[in-house]
Design a protein around this ligand. Structure first.
Ligand code: SF4
Ligand code: SF4
Length: 323
C-alpha cells in the first residue's frame, strides 16, 4: 500500500477534474487494483475539520508514513512572505507544503501552477505565487533547487493546463508500485516517457506541416492543412504526448483544428505576445515564423521551406493557403 496525500494551493481545480476523469487507470483502479491508500484529497477526502487536520499533522510530524505527496496549484508566498493569501487548516498552505515535502517519499507537482507557477505566477504575480521547484523556467521555486525527497528524488513535474488524466494516474501507479527509479526526468523534471517528444508527434496534419501548407480556418477536419503557419500552433516547440495519448481517447486540440498553445512549457500562457495574437503566427518581415521548430535556425528553415513548397504535391495544396 502506498499512502498518498493530495493538497491544493493556488489553483482552479482543473487537475483534480482531470484526475477524476482518468480512465487508464481510473481513480478507482488506483485504489482497488494498485494499492493506493488515499489519505486525503480536497474532493475525495472523507474527513473534515479537526479530523482532516489530524491527518495533515500526523504526516507532517512523521507519525503517519507519507509515500507520495501530490500538490496541485501554486505555493502562495504573499503578502510579504507571510503566505497568508492562502490559509489552509489554520496555517499558511506554504507551511504545510514545507513540512509535508520534508516527510514525503516522493513529491509530485501536478499541472503548470505546481510545476512552475503557471498563470498565477505571471508578472506582476500579485499573490507571490511560485511552483514547487521552479519559478517559470528557473530552478528554485518554493522548495529550492537542492530539494530532494526522502527517496532522494527532486519534485516530479507533470505539467499541463491541465495535465492529461492518464499522465497523472500512470505516474502515480509507477510510484505506488515501487518503480520510481524507472522514471527518467528531463531538465525540467518532466517524465521523459511523456515529455520527450513534441506535441506534433502523431498530429494528423503533419504531412501538411512538411509541405508548408496552411489550413484556412480553425476547427476544420483532421486533414485540412497545418495550423503552424498562420494560427500560431506551438506543436513543433512543445513537449507533450497529446497526439499519442489522445484526450477522451478521441482526439487532440490540433486534430480538432485548434492550435496547440504550448501548455506543458514553463512560459505558458505566453503573455508576452501582443494582445489578440495568441492564435496568430508571429512573423519576421511578415514572412518567416519568428519561432521556427526547435533544432532549426531561420536560414535552414527558409531553405527547407522553399524546397518543400516546390515539391509539394497537388493533394497537399487543395483548398489551402500556400505559404
Ligand atoms: S497543426 Fe500543429 S502540431 Fe499539427 S502538424 Fe501543424 S504545427 Fe504540427
Ligand atoms: S495540444 Fe498543446 S496546449 Fe493542448 S493540451 Fe497538448 S500541450 Fe497543451
Amino acid at each position: 500500500m502506498a499512502s498518498v496525500l493530495w493538497l491544493q494551493g493556488g489553483a482552479c481545480s482543473g487537475n483534480t477534474m482531470s484526475f477524476l476523469n482518468a480512465e487508464e487507470p481510473s481513480v478507482v483502479d488506483l485504489i482497488v487494483d494498485f494499492g493506493m491508500d488515499l489519505l486525503w484529497h480536497p474532493s475525495l477526502g472523507l474527513e473534515l475539520g479537526t479530523n482532516a487536520q489530524k491527518i495533515f499533522w500526523d504526516c507532517a510530524r512523521g507519525e503517519q508514513p507519507l509515500d507520495i505527496f501530490v500538490f496541485e496549484g501554486t505555493v502562495m508566498e504573499g503578502p510579504n512572505g507571510s503566505g497568508r493569501f492562502d490559509m489552509f487548516a489554520d496555517r499558511p498552505m506554504k507551511d504545510w507544503v514545507n513540512d509535508l515535502a520534508a516527510q514525503a517519499g516522493v513529491v509530485v507537482a501536478i499541472g503548470d501552477c505546481a510545476c512552475w507557477g503557471g498563470i498565477p505566477a505571471t508578472e506582476p504575480n500579485p499573490t507571490g505565487s511560485t511552483g514547487l521547484q521552479f519559478q517559470k523556467r528557473t530552478k528554485g521555486g518554493f522548495l529550492g533547487s537542492n530539494f530532494r525527497s526522502k527517496m532522494g528524488l527532486p519534485v516530479i513535474n507533470i505539467p499541463g493546463c491541465p495535465a492529461h488524466p492518464d499522465w497523472i494516474t500512470q505516474i502515480i501507479v509507477a510510484l505506488a508500485s515501487g518503480r520510481a527509479g524507472d522514471i527518467s526526468l528531463d531538465e525540467l523534471h518532466r517524465p521523459q516517457t511523456f515529455f520527450k517528444s513534441f506535441t506534433q508527434t502523431g498530429c494528423t496534419r503533419v504531412q501538411f506541416f512538411e509541405y508548408k501548407q496552411s489550413t484556412m480556418t480553425f476547427g476544420e477536419g483532421t486533414r485540412t492543412g497545418c495550423l503552424f503557419y498562420e494560427f500560431g500552433c506551438r506543436g513543433p516547440m512543445t513537449h507533450s504526448p497529446c497526439n499519442r495519448i489522445l484526450w477522451n481517447r478521441q482526439s487532440s486540440k490540433t486534430r480538432a483544428g485548434m492550435p496547440c498553445t504550448g501548455c506543458t512549457e514553463p512560459e505558458f500562457p505566453f503573455f508576452d505576445l501582443a494582445p489578440g495574437t495568441v492564435f496568430k503566427t508571429q512573423k519576421v518581415s511578415g514572412i518567416v515564423p519568428k519561432e521556427v521548430p526547435e533544432g532549426n535556425d531561420h536560414l535552414t528553415y527558409m531553405a527547407h521551406a522553399m524546397a518543400a513548397r516546390v515539391a509539394s504535391p497537388q493533394w497537399a495544396k487543395e483548398d489551402m493557403f500556400v505559404v
